[in-house]
Ligand binder design. Structure first.
Ligand code: WT7
Length: 656
């Protein structure tokens, strides 16, 4: 493969030979211990998914056609009607599970809330009525910009209940990023909070929400959840306190029967251009896939399990594996508001012990951070309740995988490394705890009903060795498009290899047919499991008045997976480093996108290496950032630029 960092990863993984078959403990009561699901799906994937849709969900109206596939547009369970909130709440309460805990909420300061399925249903109905009272109708878009508090799930479910697609924006994004997403979705209502708790203090959200609303034109009402207790300005007639609306709302709100293909939500994610894309997910197929994968990948025993996914609801992992998958399966979930190191580095393990968490789902970047903090932190707590431990968001290196298995899982818990994307809606490649022999660092095999192939540059199938990951058959949770940009949908995912969905990831098949995911092969970075495009950060940098040009690359980082490195040329007249501080530039990016997009290091340079046609040579800049020998520079317009930059790159990095 052309990509050097991928080449290095390939090399590092080539020697990984350890294997871990399912333990007797897990096999004793696992939902599946053999290949029967795989065999069934291989026989007829549509029939397989139809069986899951029928068994896992309640439908108001049966579908007439399982799959209508007009490449690249899929419709699943055509003609079927159902409501997502009714599937996540009403039917469980009707089945006598009203007293089961749906959400154990743990606030960062240590406050807690226990919300049963009956409580959640009651609250969702009231808030759904409140939204209707603000004029929200079926099909209207609602933006959600909240901390990790139960109201985030309540807001999503209330939208789903009345058929208003939601667009959740991660609370760490800036007001500008929020405004872009409000504009693109033309959202009518924004649901936010005064503030939330993070690392021991209150971070305000309402001022950013206000700024965004002022710079956009479509928001008619703002709902504000009281959480941080920080002072906020409430605009008369526009802004409403959540608790007042809910208190005044009617208790009964019937769930709107939705078409299987009605839009459930938009979720914006970075692509290779400067503009995030609104990924469209619909109702029946999405819920089928997240319910199925949540059940089997985590070997769910809903009566006894306590399941904790540490993601934020602002990302797809939070949508699919905090809210929709687990609640569709009547699971008990833990929801935690804050950071892993408040008040101490053992907060996660404290939570696991306190709630007797049985299934844990977290990210490699967190695992590597815990490794740095040392085994003494988890050792302070009893983690023996754990049964299955999952990983998502980026490739997990074998060392982190082994540490997770041994130190957190006590050598007894299957590790499920799950590969998927915002676009896939649900997990695509993962072991099944009772059935799959794992290898440290490998996501193993596609799940039943999922068809993937690794191909070479030319699109030919690769049987063994490295290449590009493609998906060859439609799947129920797949994105249905990019909001308002059908051509971009076509080009970004289906244009490169005819008839195949191209995921943007490199992958390798080993001699036993195991899949090893190698990270992105496009201009998308993965920083702590967060997806950020190089172009987006470049646009943010050049929007600073002093910046003439910027090039951004993701360089390998031992904790965050990749780190953002920027090379910036200043406008003449602004070339004095004193007048434009590096920190001004870094903060400018945080203001444009959010703190997660702050470059770790910025190098000021008089010029950027370009090809003769004017394309910035990012690969070369990544070589410099990662301290590698420089490859071929003969296509460069001006080769001396590279020496200059390489000399400057010996400067001390400017981390936080
Ligand atoms: C990209 C998708 C899936 C929810 C969180 C991220 C990378 C994700 C893995 C994994 C190797 C992984 C890929 C993918 N990725 N999981 N288990 N092993 N890489 O969702 O923001 O849409 O990012 O994350 O590169 O393309 P996302």
């Amino acid at each position: 493969m052309a990509d050097d960092s991928t080449g290095q990863t390939l090399h590092a993984l080539a020697d990984e030979r350890r294997t871990f078959p399912p333990t007797e403990r897990i096999k004793a009561d696992a939902l599946t211990v053999d290949t029967s699901l795989y065999d069934e799906a291989a026989e007829d994937d549509e029939a397989f998914w139809a069986r899951q849709a029928a068994e896992l969900l309640d439908w108001d109206t049966e579908w007439t056609t399982v799959l209508d596939w007009q490449l690249p547009y899929a419709k699943w369970f055509v003609g079927g009607k159902l409501n997502v909130a009714a599937n996540c709440l009403d039917r469980h309460v009707a089945a006598g599970l009203g007293d089961r805990v749906a959400i154990h909420f743990e606030g960062e300061p240590g406050d807690t809330r226990t919300i049963t399925y009956a409580d959640l249903l009651a609250e969702v109905q009231r808030f759904a009525n409140a939204l209707k009272g603000l004029g929200v109708e079926k099909g209207d878009r609602v933006n959600i910009y909240l901390p990790m508090i139960p109201e985030a799930a309540i807001a999503m479910l209330a939208c789903a209940r009345i058929g208003a697609p939601h667009s959740v924006v991660f609370g760490g994004f800036s007001s500008q990023a929020l405004a872009d997403r409000i504009d693109d979705a033309e959202a009518k209502v924004l649901i936010t909070a005064d503030g939330g708790h993070r690392r021991g203090s209150v971070f305000p959200l309402k001022p950013a929400a206000d700024e965004a609303v002022e710079s956009t034109t479509t928001i008619e009402h703002v709902v504000v959840v009281k959480r941080g207790d920080n002072d906020v300005d409430m605009v008369d007639g526009r802004d409403h306190w959540y608790h007042e609306l809910v208190e005044a709302a009617d208790a009964d709100c019937p769930a709107e029967p939705m078409d299987s293909e009605d839009l459930l939500f938009l979720l914006y994610t970075s692509g290779t251009t400067g503009k995030p894309k609104g990924i469209m997910h619909t109702t029946g197929g999405y819920l089928t896939q997240v319910a199925f994968t949540h059940k089997y990948v985590f070997d769910l025993h809903a009566e006894t399990d306590v399941y904790w996914c540490t993601a934020d609801v602002g990302w797809v992992t939070g949508h699919s594996y905090i809210v929709y998958g687990p609640l569709a399966n009547a699971a008990t979930v833990v929801m935690y508001e804050g950071v892993p190191n408040y008040p101490g580095n053992d907060r996660f393990w404290d939570i696991v012990e306190k709630y007797k968490v049985t299934k844990l789902y977290t990210a490699p970047t967190a695992i590597r951070t815990f490794m740095k903090w040392g085994v003494e932190e988890p050792a302070k707590h009893d983690l023996t309740s754990l049964k299955v431990i999952g990983s998502v968001g980026e490739p997990i290196n074998p060392e982190a995988w082994m540490w997770y298995r041994e130190v957190i899982g006590g050598g007894e818990c299957p590790v499920v490394d799950t590969w998927w994307q915002t676009e896939t809606g649900g997990i695509m490649i993962s072991p099944l705890p009772g059935a799959t022999t794992t290898k440290p660092g490998s996501a193993t095999f596609p799940l039943p009903g999922i068809s993937v192939e690794v191909v070479d540059e030319a699109g030919n199938k690769v049987e063994r060795g490295g290449g590009y990951l493609t998906i060859t058959r439609p799947w129920p949770g797949m994105l249905r498009g990019i909001w308002r940009h059908p051509q971009r949908y076509h080009d970004a995912y289906w244009g490169r290899y005819p008839g195949r969905y191209f995921a943007g990831d490199g992958a390798k098949l080993d001699d036993d047919g195991y899949l090893w995911l190698l990270g992105r092969v496009d201009d998308v970075m993965n920083v702590s499991g967060h997806r950020i495009s190089t172009t987006e950060v470049e646009s943010a940098l050049v929007s600073h008045p002093a910046v003439a040009e910027a090039a951004v690359v993701g360089a390998t980082d031992t904790t965050t997976g990749q780190a953002i490195i920027a090379y910036v040329t200043l406008r003449s007249g602004a070339s004095d480093v004193q007048s434009v501080g590096i920190d001004d530039l870094r903060n400018h990016v945080a203001g444009e996108i959010g703190a997660i997009a702050k470059p770790k290091t910025i190098y000021l340079t008089p010029d950027l290496p370009k090809t003769r046609s004017g394309k910035i040579m990012r690969r070369l800049l990544r070589d410099i950032a990662e301290g590698r020998n420089l490859g071929d520079t003969t296509t460069l317009a001006d080769a001396s630029v590279v020496d200059e930059i390489a000399a400057r790159a010996t400067a001390t990095p400017q981390e936080d």
